[in-house]
Design a protein around this ligand. Sequence first.
Ligand code: CO
Ligand code: CO
Ligand code: CO
Length: 327
Amino acid sequence: MGASPLAQVLRRLPVQKSASLMVGFGTADDAAVYEIHGDKAVVATLDFFPPVVDDPFTFGQIAASNALSDIYAMGGTPAFALNIVCFPDTLGLGVLERILKGGLSKLKEAGVVLAGGHSIVDNEVKYGLSVTGFVDRDKVIRNSTARPGDVLILTKPIGTGIVTTALKRGILSTTAASEAIKSMKALNKAASLSMTGVKVNACTDITGYGLIGHAMEMAKGSGVNIVIRAGDVPVFKAAMRLVGNKAARPGGLERNRASFGKDVRVSGVSGPMELFGYDPQTSGGLLISAPKASCARLVKRLVAQGAGCAIIGRVESRTRGRQLKLE
Ligand code: CO
Ligand code: CO
Ligand code: CO
């Protein structure tokens, strides 16, 4: 759903208080964090969606990587997962088998055990997982604790919304989309591990609300301003070619612009680069907010772990006016 309509409904739910709940939905963070005992906490999340690619196995891989990502964004270690399946009774079971095998291959890569799941008959295929992990109490990385002076690092290029929409509408071949597909399949595990032992103030993963939406949630939760340098944001080549084509524009892009655009100041940025900021991502990278002093070390670790790494902006003190600047 779009961020604005969802917020409208969530506002109407009574706020529950629990001494054990360390992170709930108040700050739009990636996963819930619940203290169990001593210095340990449970991290829990769930994510599911319709196919973004034709190949069932690849779709399963992407859905699993995407679901695991919220645990990684919190600095947690995923432990076990439950499948969520919506599947039409008119479709061959071989398709479902390949989706689940794709998901399982990513769970194995992540060292996560599949513990069960739930399935229903539905007209449209949907697949995802609920993932549970653990994190040390004092090592939780929130999205709401960025500090003025921080540097912003992004670990994957953006543009998967445009690429998958073009794929679905037959404007783009699977071969031409391969760079983006490879990225969506890639776990954020290496990027997450790179944050251990380095001072990092905040982190979130870039998914449905796009780079701007998730950066905005970071800015609002942290009470800071965020500046993104559009020219430094990596974009998939196929998305770059297609951004001018209205038929390749996902519906979520306009929903994101409607939800977040009013708080964005754009200065000297081309129309297409602005559009990329609102493009909804599937299994996007981590957006890490780190103090300047630990930036060089973090970059070194990201590179050594084989994760992507682009320095795309900075965090400033909150001033009046629009909270995010695209320059
Ligand atoms: Co997330
Ligand atoms: Co999520
Ligand atoms: Co987080």
